[in-house]
Ligand binder design. Structure first.
Ligand code: SF4
Length: 169
């Protein structure tokens, strides 16, 4: 792949297939609209060629990993958007309800704070950005722990549904 965004259809297709397999293994789903997902995946690959990481193709990247960390795909906002809107901001990932046709896709409003998450976090000594304290959720089936605003739709380890999670801390 060149730095000017020259990504072949074959490379894009195989990256989409790999992403889809990885997503399904973790309880996530790619949008079944293959043409749309290939456009988004191509954008991810173009950004990877430009910046060295797959920053979200639907957002303006700063081009510095530290400032773009929250929008490296899958971004920090994916899960909350899947829960609330049934899809991530770009429409690459969809919820199980959307996949089964039980819920229609809607336009997803931007959840990222202006300037990005890094702009909201004061840097601590040593340059590590300090995030706000998030609640910790525990899967009651397998014990998987995650710190986030709410439990995931599906446990990425054992695939238990969100209602099998309890707030741990
Ligand atoms: S919105 Fe998030 S999860 Fe969706 S393509 Fe962009 S970075 Fe990836």
């Amino acid at each position: 792949m060149s730095r000017d965004g020259d990504v072949s259809s074959e490379t894009t297709r195989s990256a989409r297939e790999r992403l889809s397999r990885d997503a399904e293994r973790s309880g996530y789903h790619l949008n079944p609209d293959a043409a749309k997902t290939e456009r988004i995946v191509r954008g991810l690959l173009v950004n990877e060629g430009r910046f060295g990481y797959r920053s979200c193709p639907c957002r303006l990247a700063a081009g510095e990993r530290g400032r773009d960390r929250d929008i490296i795909c899958p971004c920090d906002y994916r899960d909350a958007d899947l829960t609330e809107w049934g899809s991530c901001f770009c429409g690459l990932y969809v919820s199980a309800a959307v996949l089964k046709g039980e819920r229609a896709l809607a336009a997803v409003p931007e959840r990222r704070p202006p300037g990005g998450a890094a702009a909201k976090r004061p840097a601590a000594a040593g340059g590590i950005a300090q995030g706000r304290a998030l609640p910790v959720w525990r899967c009651r089936v397998c014990g998987y722990l995650c710190a986030r605003d709410g439990p995931p739709e599906v446990c990425p380890i054992c695939k238990a549904a969100a209602d099998r999670f309890e707030r741990y801390v």
